[in-house]
Design a protein around this ligand. Structure first.
Ligand code: FES
Length: 104
């Protein structure tokens, strides 16, 4: 099983903020939704867009390229043009550190 990797300190991201990170060679988007952290692939399933510069609306993230929306808690599509879910990754806060686990 993969190890947990520290990617941020709890409190250094504001609620509603999206931060693109790289963990074991994968680009991921870390999202702070009201103090809860979620992590998804930084690859939109519509046409490969990045969520860098994306905005969060509660638990929904909108791809800046064509406006597809996903629920960052589940990865499920909320609105077109994407039809396939985006991959999610487990996140925990341990000792004030935000950690993500990525299966290699
Ligand atoms: S690449 Fe994300 S909506 Fe098109």
């Amino acid at each position: 099983m993969a190890d947990w990797v520290t990617v941020a300190l709890a409190g250094e991201m504001e609620s509603g903020q999206v931060e693109v990170i790289t963990v074991v060679g994968r680009r991921l988007a870390l999202c702070n939704v009201g103090g809860e952290y979620y992590c998804i692939d930084d690859v939109c399933t519509h046409d490969g867009g990045s969520f860098d510069q994306a905005e969060l609306d509660d638990n929904e993230i909108e791809c800046p390229r064509h406006g597809a929306r996903f629920d960052v808690r589940s990865g499920m599509v909320v609105s077109l043009p994407a039809v396939l879910p985006v991959k999610t990754y487990p996140v925990r806060v341990d000792g004030g550190q935000v950690q993500v686990r990525v299966d290699e």
